[in-house]
Design a protein around this ligand. Structure first.
Ligand code: GLU
Length: 448
């Protein structure tokens, strides 16, 4: 890896010292800093004003106990987090993740990514993230409700339509948002629709929000292909994961004429040469909350592979939509060897730094999640707009807005990459474009 600009190196060392042991947060910061050399050389005021250091320090971090009672009557204790990273562009905005791997470092990496992602959308939203080490897997609806109610009994005092607007992420979907919103409404005695996004369509949610991250990812990848005079038509696509992002990435890739041949969950990956059966996948994962082993039972031509890597499956377009650091250097080498031409991140930071380097060196078109998966949060901002005006838009209009936003992000990334001397490099484009927007706002708002 190229050495960091000395000013950036100094700031990075402060970040390391201040946040010991938070490997994913360090990784997310370093990945941004590696793009910023040309920016701070052109605009030294960003260093002199310590804008960058201010951006690396969250405005507020909340950690709290979440006690609840399981179905056997046992008292369970989880830990809750909300890291409110930056509100210079708008209220803190970002999802909640419920997964046993959640800790402060993970939430900080996600919150840091979120501020750049949200800036890229061009919408008035700051960045934050939260969650808990609670594992919803295998829990009854009543247990999930008890947990969500306890979680919100602390969180409610920190959030609000103009303060901080959480949404879903891994382990938090429509069911959890419903229980969280219900408890917020009960405690505050306010029907404050704009306090959470990802709500159900009958109670303040936006059309296309559920589909938005996956659809937006494919729209972004389509722009990348288009820039090279190509399209999704006839492409072989591999999508890792099988949650909300993956399912709707599969759906839109199919609509654009691609064949999706593999997807995965924590038990392994499915290869289905006939093309993933989307309705069956939705039934197994969304309706039954089951495992991919159940998909294979209903689909004789498909096989479940429990060893090795999904990135060994030959494809033209790879869409990592599972979780952080799932696509490592070996996986990137395998993708390059098999001729993949596009990798676009549906998850947050699924590609390791070494893997990113392999892909960029091999001239694979690579889109970082902060650009490619921003359709989810952008549609959350559209949900906030509808809530603020007590309106409800059609599917067609909302999807058009999403497509326009993804084209705008692609355009901003491409032109910023050109401006800072790295044409075609979406990592540089995404980091520099969002950083300049954020740093200018940090300077404009004074020392706060
Ligand atoms: N968790 C999603 C993300 O990573 C969505 C956040 C939101 O809608 O606020 O961007």
């Amino acid at each position: 890896m190229a050495a960091l600009d000395p000013h950036l190196q100094e700031i990075y060392e402060v970040v390391l010292r201040r946040n010991p042991g938070e490997a994913e947060f360090h990784q997310a910061v370093l990945e941004v800093f590696e793009s910023l050399g040309p920016v701070v050389r052109k605009r030294p005021e960003y260093v002199e004003s310590r804008a960058l250091e201010r951006m690396c320090e969250p405005e507020r971090q909340v950690i709290f106990r979440v006690p609840w009672i399981d179905d056997s009557g046992r008292i369970e204790i989880n830990r809750g987090f909300r890291v409110e990273f930056s509100s210079v562009l708008g209220p803190f905005k970002g999802g909640l993740r419920f997964h046993p791997s959640v800790n402060l470092g993970i939430v900080k990496f996600l919150g840091f990514e979120q501020i750049f992602k949200n800036a890229l959308t061009g919408m008035p939203i700051g960045g934050g993230k939260g969650g808990s080490d609670f594992d919803p897997k295998g829990r009854s609806n009543r247990e999930v409700m008890a947990f969500c109610q306890s979680f919100m009994t602390e969180l409610y005092r920190h959030i609000g339509e103009y303060t901080d607007v959480p949404a879903g992420d891994i382990g938090v979907g429509g069911r959890e948002i419903g229980y969280l919103f219900g408890q917020y409404k009960r405690i505050t005695n306010l029907y404050e629709s704009g306090v959470l996004t990802g709500k159900g369509l009958g109670w303040g949610g936006s059309r296309v929000r559920k589909e938005a991250t996956g659809y937006g990812l494919v729209f972004f990848a389509q722009e990348m292909l288009r820039a090279r005079g190509d399209s999704f038509d006839g492409k072989r696509v591999v999508v890792s994961g099988s949650g909300n992002v993956a399912i709707y990435a599969v759906e839109m890739a199919l609509q654009l004429g691609a064949t999706v041949v593999a997807c995965s969950d924590s038990s392994g990956y499915v290869v289905d040469e006939g093309g993933i059966d989307l309705e069956l996948l939705k039934q197994v994962k969304e309706v039954d909350r089951g495992r991919l082993a159940d998909y294979v039972v209903g689909r004789p031509g498909a096989t479940l592979v429990t060893e090795g890597s999904i990135w060994d499956v030959v494809c033209d377009v790879a869409l990592p939509c599972a979780t952080q650091n799932e696509l490592d250097e070996d996986a990137a080498i395998s993708l390059v060897k098999h001729g993949a031409s596009v990798v676009a991140e549906g998850a947050n930071m699924p590609t390791t730094r070494a893997a990113t380097r392999v892909l960029l060196d091999a001239d694979v078109l690579f889109a970082p999640g902060k650009a490619a998966n921003a359709g989810g949060v952008a549609t959350s901002a559209l949900e906030m707009q509808q809530n603020a005006s007590r309106d409800s838009w059609t599917h067609e209009y909302t999807q058009d807005r999403l497509e326009g936003i993804m084209r705008g992000i692609h355009e901003r990334c491409a032109s910023s990459a050109d401006e800072f001397g790295a044409p075609g490099n979406y990592v540089v484009g995404a980091n520099t474009s969002s950083f300049v927007q954020l740093a200018d706002a940090v300077l404009a708002l004074g020392v706060i």
